[in-house]
Design a protein around this ligand. Structure first.
Ligand code: HEM
Length: 410
């Protein structure tokens, strides 16, 4: 089917593209590696170009743009603050200051220390499940686990997770391509509620500091070297959002791929030390984010790429999901191979915006995927055709119904 696709006819709105983007990515890479698209801007689909542009200082994220105009005119103050203050939407030198300050509190040691809690959390989720019965792995495991992990890290009540999940869904719906203005009212309201929620938590933590990440950020703020309260609020919202939806995608798509590639699942069960290369391969194969930063990258000066002049007036869309299936970067890219020789994928980005939560995302998915495969060795997906959320930027299954294979055989 790929041979027949005309890359110039590619549309980010096409339901067939959203259901299965890979044939279209192939057509884009082969026929027009830089497509000037009237709705979304310059679409870049090859691994080498994406890798280079992610590191290119001529591209910024806070450049004035139509997206910023929408934000300035129609976004609620809370949503606007998110667009102006969070790491993903700021450039150096501000970006360097905020990221370095945040990194002082979000240390590898703090993440490693989460391990026992993460193990306890997944065990208690799995203890409650009976794999004899069909259950939706998405709602029972992939959705709650990452958010319970991030709430623990931040020291916010676990019982708030459904609310946090709803706010995240409403805000990220506005982060889609092309921009959907009908999603703005719900995003505005969610950002306002989310903002108020974070401020309450910050006030509580100020009077009653703990060992959590928020208390650590406040300590830095009080000694004058840290982030402002608005910056901390924006950071918390970004962490709660970025820190769970992507990991939810990785856990669900990852387990789905292993269940439909039993040879790969068996390899992993027989040699648990393969878990870290398995996670890297799953990140490459079904990347949770298919496009780098929702607001896009914007050129500060015109430059040429594959004969196309990238002008400052339109966004540059870097297709991470396409780069990760580029045969010039990965041999046999459409084959899942958990023993693939190490080669950096693009799923966490590159350069200065490289995912700050990559270690946590990896740690969480390693724990869940290993535990599910060993505790429920004969799990199978009960539907042949699964549906994906109708999104472009985020790639996520809508459900993952499973049960034990033995039961279906009996
Ligand atoms: C499998 C899980 C995850 C994936 C695939 C993922 C993917 C990404 C990608 C692609 C970027 C760079 C976007 C760009 O350059 O435009 C990014 C940035 C970011 N991620 Fe993640 N992420 C994951 C998990 C997490 C977690 C667990 C957290 C927080 C605890 C997190 C927090 C962030 C933050 C704060 C940024 C912005 C960094 C910056 O702009 O300097 N992510 N992530």
């Amino acid at each position: 089917m790929t041979q027949n696709l005309d890359a110039l006819k590619w549309s980010p709105r096409d339901p067939s593209f959203r259901a299965d983007p890979y044939p279209w990515y192939k057509a884009l890479r082969e026929q027009t590696p830089v497509l000037a698209h009237h709705e979304v801007g310059f679409v870049v689909s090859r691994y080498a170009d994406i890798e280079a542009l992610l590191r290119d200082p001529r591209l910024g994220v806070s450049t004035p743009s139509p997206w910023r105009e929408v934000m300035a005119e129609a976004a609620s103050p809370a949503l606007r603050r998110l667009a102006e203050l969070t790491l993903l939407f700021i450039d150096p030198p501000e970006h360097s200051r905020v990221r370095a300050t945040f990194a002082k509190a979000f240390t590898p040691r703090r993440i490693a220390a989460l391990q026992p809690h993460l193990e306890k959390t997944i065990d208690s989720i799995l203890d409650r499940l009976d794999p004899q019965d069909e259950f939706d792995l998405m709602t029972e495991i992939a959705e709650p686990f990452p958010i319970l992990s991030i709430t623990h890290l931040l020291g916010v009540p676990e019982s708030d997770w459904t609310e946090l999940h709803r706010w995240t869904t409403e805000i990220t719906a506005f982060n889609e391509l092309p921009i959907d203005l009908s999603a703005l009212p719900a995003a505005n309201e969610a950002a306002t509620d989310f903002d108020a929620y974070c401020r309450t938590i910050i006030d509580e933590r100020r009077s009653n500091p703990g060992e959590d990440l928020i208390s650590a950020l406040l300590t830095a703020e009080e000694d004058g070297t840290g982030l402002s309260v608005d910056e901390i609020v924006a950071m918390l919202i970004l962490l709660l959002m970025a820190g769970h939806d992507t990991t939810k995608s990785l856990i669900s798509s990852g387990l789905r791929e292993l269940l439909r590639h039993p040879d790969q699942a068996e390899l992993l069960r027989n040699d648990p030390s393969l878990i870290s290369s398995a996670i890297e391969e799953l990140l490459r194969f079904e990347s949770p984010l298919h496009v780098a930063s929702g607001g896009g990258r914007w050129a500060s000066e015109p430059f040429e790429l594959h004969g196309v002049t990238i002008t400052p007036g339109a966004a540059v869309r870097l297709l991470l999901g396409s780069g990760n299936r580029d045969p010039d970067a990965f041999e046999n890219p459409d084959r899942l191979d958990i023993q693939r020789a190490p080669k950096p994928h693009l799923a966490f980005g590159k350069g200065i915006h490289f995912c700050i939560g990559a270690a946590l995302g990896r740690q969480e998915s390693q724990i869940v995927i290993s535990r599910v495969l060993t505790r429920f060795p004969d799990l199978e997906v009960t539907k042949d055709e699964l549906t994906w959320r109708s999104n472009f930027v985020t790639r996520q299954l809508t459900e993952l119904p499973v049960r034990r294979a033995a039961r279906s055989a009996s």
